[in-house]
Write a protein that binds this ligand. Structure first.
Ligand code: GDP
Length: 476
């Protein structure tokens, strides 16, 4: 008893190629016409954040049909934006400055609440959601947990400082996620600011801004003097328009945990970013391995609200326990069902923790489509010459069927950024004459990232080549 990948994709309203890609990542190379078993289908449905319904204690039914939102139910939703960039380039200042442009804040008289995300209403009446935790590590950690909540990345680069290591990491993390980027060249108020040099340096990292004939939008801003903010907002809205972001607001809500904690007076609270549907006070829900009933909701202006629609962040009270950032929330019919699904999710998570961890190269393949397979990899080495030699050799190892994609490479110890990126993309992480720092090592263990150490380039390349050729699915 099974289902073809194509049929499942249809029912989930996902692209067949995306399912094939996810299956490759889980170590199951298939084509669109292959039949997969119920267990695998469940894992896949869960992986895509869809709902699984448990019809009885022992019988689990995948409620995939309920997940298809008809075309005519879809309404435009606000974009969700994450700000990234090197330390001290002005991420926090820019988040504050953008928050200050909200036209509602003044009227409402509400006190700004830091709930992990906030919304800005523009002069033109459009709404933008900003995630309050800047940086690529939080971004990739969410992604590693299967939560791709960010629609657009704003990369902040200080015009007086230029491209720094974390700028480049942010570019790599954004590219690996396939999220469009807007470059905000900050601190242009400074006399030594040189925005043009930034645009030129970006070329080296294959970020080509419009002035240079590319399609990445850029904008000069000063978070301090609050200049260029309207321009940045316009560019975010333009990018959002291109993405045609839509969701059905008239259905049971689904969302993602942005942050969560145990509050002394209020118990377990979580900020939920609603993805689709409308979350209402009184709704019964399951969130990660927890369940609950919405007792109250507080928005980013500190106001109690009764409902929250797509792309809206709200702090939710009434949880049974503290979920994790990146956990999915789904509204369900009743409390018994909520507890059942929570228990079921707990079992699934336990199963996943013990089975689907990428412990070897075998699990690390992703397919762009059924023809072209990508082999993602992260490389760190002790000296620049080795980095270049390794990246060059890896690129030459690509074949017609499988393409090596170096997500990030650099000189120095293996850092947390390397690990989060590898985890999010399920890529192996190569250390050539280098080791991870203690924090990165702990993170790699937790996220079960495949760490490989080499001291001979030839061995490294041969091993990668062997893994690649061994992984190509035989002709069917
Ligand atoms: P983050 O580490 O990226 O979050 O950077 P911050 O927002 O904390 O800013 C770092 C420093 O740069 C602070 O001292 C800010 O006051 C300063 N700064 C941020 N934006 C600007 C700007 O547009 N112009 C100038 N002159 N200074 C800025």
């Amino acid at each position: 008893e099974g289902i073809t990948v194509g049929e499942l994709a249809n029912r989930m309203a996902e692209k067949g190629a995306d399912l094939v890609k996810a299956l490759f990542k889980m170590g199951t190379p298939v084509t669109i016409n292959d039949v997969i078993d119920q267990d695998t289908a469940e894992l896949l449905v869960e992986e895509f954040g869809h709902r699984i319904q448990r019809v009885s204690e022992s019988d689990v039914e995948i409620d995939t049909t309920a997940d298809v939102d008809a075309e005519d139910t879809l309404k435009p939703r606000p974009p969700v934006v994450t700000i990234m960039g090197h330390v001290d380039h002005g991420k926090t200042s820019l988040l504050d400055a953008l928050r200050g442009t909200d036209v509602v804040a003044g009227e409402s008289g509400g006190i700004t609440q830091h709930i992990g995300a906030y919304q800005v209403k523009t002069k033109g009446g459009d709404v933008i959601t900003f995630l309050d935790t800047p940086g690529h590590e939080a971004f990739s950690e969410m992604r590693a947990r299967g939560a791709n909540v960010t629609d657009i990345v704003v990369l902040v680069v200080a015009a007086d400082d230029g491209l720094m290591p974390q700028t480049i990491e942010a570019i790599n993390h954004t590219k690996a996620a396939g999220v469009p980027m807007i470059v905000a060249i900050n601190k242009v108020d400074k006399p030594e600011a040189n925005p043009q040099r930034i645009r030129e340096r970006l070329l080296e990292h294959e970020v080509v801004v419009e002035d240079m004939g590319g399609d990445t939008q850029d904008v000069e801003v000063s978070a301090l003097k609050k200049t260029g903010l309207d321009d940045l907002i316009d560019k975010i809205l333009l990018q959002a328009e291109l993405l045609e972001l839509r969701a059905n607001p008239d259905r049971d809500a689904e969302g993602t945990v942005i942050e969560a904690q145990l509050d002394k007076g209020r118990g377990a609270v979580a900020t939920i970013l609603v993805r689709r549907g409308t979350l209402k006070v009184g709704d019964i829900f399951v969130v990660g391995e927890q369940s609950g009933k919405v007792r109250a909701m507080v928005n980013d202006k500190g106001q109690n609200v009764k409902t929250a629609g797509p792309s809206t962040p709200v702090e939710v009270l009434g949880l049974s326990g503290v979920p994790m950032a990146g956990d999915p929330l789904s509204v369900v019919e009743n409390e018994a069902r909520a507890r059942e699904v929570a228990t079921y999710r707990h079992e699934l998570a336990t199963r996943k923790r013990t089975t689907s961890a990428p412990t070897s190269f075998e699990h690390l393949f992703s397919a762009l489509n059924t023809q072209q397979i990508e082999y993602p990899i992260v490389v760190k080495a002790d000296v620049q010459g080795s980095v270049e030699a390794i990246v060059g050799a890896l690129n030459r190892a690509s074949t017609d069927e499988i393409k090596v994609r170096v997500l990030q490479s650099g000189v120095g110890a293996i850092t947390e950024s390397d690990v989060t990126l590898a985890a999010a993309s399920r890529a192996p992480l190569i250390g050539f004459n280098v080791r991870p720092n203690p924090k990165a090592r702990a993170l790699a263990t937790r996220d079960k990232v495949s760490l490989r150490y080499y001291d001979v380039i030839y061995n490294l390349i041969e091993e990668v080549k062997n893994e690649m050729s061994g992984q190509l699915a035989p002709e069917r």
